[in-house]
Design a protein around this ligand. Structure first.
Ligand code: GLC
Length: 559
């Protein structure tokens, strides 16, 4: 991957699509995630003592970078300093660092920088610029070390000028070109201070990208980091974005957490994110010995094996031209070609795609080296202005993860961008696709019905672990279309396993609201009222997301 400069400086990142997040720090020694110091109120003096025996001799930069490469990842973002304040690099600004405070005595960031250069991976640093539980003068608006320090007697500039700025300078002058600086948890930082930090970075390395978490003020940085594990809706973001995601349910090394995402799920989520125009930054949490857990490595290699065959449909690929989710998988695109990524669930003999206007020249399974043409048929219903493409699929999926069908088209990709009923008969209406009136707490959609009938109305929500459903829905919701009106008190009726867009700490919950009839084909409308409706402009900046998030209404056609 080559880092470009000037106006195009984000080009490499946009094309890269897939990066490795590494949460590695002193906390690995305790094996219960990177928040352990805060959660257990570990006094600074005790926490510092962990450094005395921290000796990750099994750390091998070549192996880590080699794993990122084998996984098909194009860049690495590693925690140079996390909230515990321990620098994982040699720092003149603070002796509490891996090179000076541990028997290990090496600078792993330097070793990684060299190895990344060697293997063609872009090195990037995570830096916790506001939360620092070790430093006596760090101030965050919520998460401070209150067991050692008295917040009122803190002098923030001592921390800011004495530690943050010098360490950022070190990171940007000691390791060669840095692809991006990943800041985090900016709560309470003033606009001026965040701007100053941005200026500092720009002055030292103008081509180094900066993520949006550098500040809580909207629009800062070069792109949007979504909330942890958050995948947005189609059309939700106006800025370039990424989803930071865990491979299990933790960022830092955890001995207890063994809930791992399977390779198939990771691939599904990756292509889903790419189909929405984003990047996936997928995390590993190495242990105190310096090893990336085998269970992570195995999964990543499987993802890489799939990408080595299907990379063409991912790297540098554009978002789906369709502004809504497909039930069978995701769409990505390149000039003259659309890629249909199909999960192996409910494999059928034929795939139907609505709304593609171009003439199809040929369709084939991307992993089929001989490109055996698949039978296709295109039709157009002039009355409904409705295009259908039917593709005869092979008897079996081409692999267990995802089968990609390449569809070569004539001319530039042109699709019907109205939200359409899916060939199965269902319609999914996401908030971002509706007209939102935040004051009236309503959202209204218009969409195309091809096969009329009676529909079950399901509310789709993402509920955060531990969040109270009843509290979120103290008030009921109201759905209406023409003179049909449904008032309901949503119940958590069904938790969806294997949701593509939703993962821990959220789960996708469906509630049955009632039934509704759309008895004619053509354009239909539906509106919904709920106190949980947010203005669309707010979506992009909510990275500490709501406990229960409204996501969509699904119309499930009764057979
Ligand atoms: C959160 C957490 C942090 C983690 C990060 C990853 O902000 O505070 O521990 O590093 O998200 O996105």
């Amino acid at each position: 991957m080559t880092v470009t400069s000037g106006e195009d400086k984000i080009k490499w990142w946009k094309a890269a699509k897939f990066g490795m997040f590494i949460h590695w720090g002193l906390y690995a020694a305790l094996g219960r995630g990177e928040w352990v110091m805060y959660e257990l109120n570990i006094p600074v003096r005790d926490y510092e003592r962990l450094a005395e025996t921290f000796n990750p001799v099994r750390f091998n930069a070549k192996t880590w970078v080699g794993l990122a490469k084998a996984a098909g990842m194009k860049y690495i973002v590693i925690t140079a300093k996390h909230h515990d304040g321990f620098a994982m690099f040699r720092s003149q600004a603070e002796p509490f660092n891996i090179a000076d405070a541990t028997p290990f005595g090496r600078d792993p960031m330097r070793e990684l920088a060299e190895e990344c250069r060697e293997q063609g991976i872009v090195l990037c640093f995570y830096y916790s610029h506001v939360i620092d539980w070790h430093h006596p003068h760090a101030v965050h608006n919520k998460y401070n070390n209150v067991w050692d320090y008295d917040t009122d007697s803190k002098h923030f500039p001592t921390y800011w000028n004495g530690l943050v700025k010098p360490q950022i300078r070190e990171l940007l002058t000691q390791y060669g070109p840095v692809g991006l600086l990943w800041f985090d948890t900016a709560g309470g930082l003033s606009k001026e201070d965040s701007e100053e930090l941005v200026e500092l970075v720009r002055g030292l390395q103008p081509d180094c990208l900066i993520n949006s978490r550098v500040s809580h003020y909207p629009g800062m940085g070069d792109y949007q980091s979504k909330g942890d594990n958050e995948i947005p809706m189609y059309g939700e973001d106006s800025r370039i974005w990424e989803t930071p995601m865990t491979l299990n349910q933790s960022w830092g090394f955890s001995t207890k957490d063994q809930v791992w995402k399977q390779p198939e799920a990771i691939i599904r989520k990756l292509v889903h994110i790419v189909s929405k125009g984003g990047n996936l930054l997928l995390n590993v949490g190495p242990d105190a010995g310096g090893l990336i857990p085998d269970l992570s490595a195995e999964r990543l290699r499987e993802v890489g094996a799939w990408l080595s065959v299907h990379g063409e449909a991912v790297y540098g690929a554009g978002a789906s031209p369709f502004p809504y989710e497909m039930e069978w998988g995701s769409v990505t695109a390149k000039p003259g070609r659309a890629y249909l990524h199909l999960t192996s669930d409910n494999w059928q003999s034929e795939l139907r795609l609505y709304g593609l206007k171009n003439k199809v020249n040929q369709a084939y399974v991307l992993s089929d080296a001989s490109r055996t043409p698949l039978e296709t048929a295109q039709s157009y219903d002039a009355e409904l202005d409705h295009h259908t493409l039917a593709i005869r699929l092979p008897d079996k999926p081409a692999n267990d993860c995802m089968t990609v069908i390449a569809v070569d088209i004539e001319g530039e990709l042109s699709v019907d961008t109205r939200v359409s009923q899916q060939p199965s008969g269902h319609v999914k209406l996401e908030w971002a696709n509706g007209r939102i009136d935040a004051d009236a707490k309503t959202v209204e959609w218009s969409f195309q019905i091809v096969a009329p009938g009676t529909f079950d109305l399901e509310l789709v929500c993402f509920q955060k672990e531990g969040a109270s459903w009843d509290e979120a829905f103290r008030e009921g919701v109201e759905a209406a279309s023409g003179n049909q009106r449904i008032t309901a008190q949503p119940k958590p009726d069904q938790v969806i396993q294997n949701s593509t867009a939703c993962q821990h700490p959220y789960s996708e919950v469906h509630s049955h609201l009632g039934t509704i009839v759309f008895d004619r084909p053509g354009t239909c409308t539906l509106s919904l009222r709920s106190t949980l409706i947010r203005p669309k402009s707010g979506f992009t900046e909510i990275w500490q997301a709501d406990p229960v998030k409204l996501r969509a209404v699904k119309l499930v056609k009764r057979q």
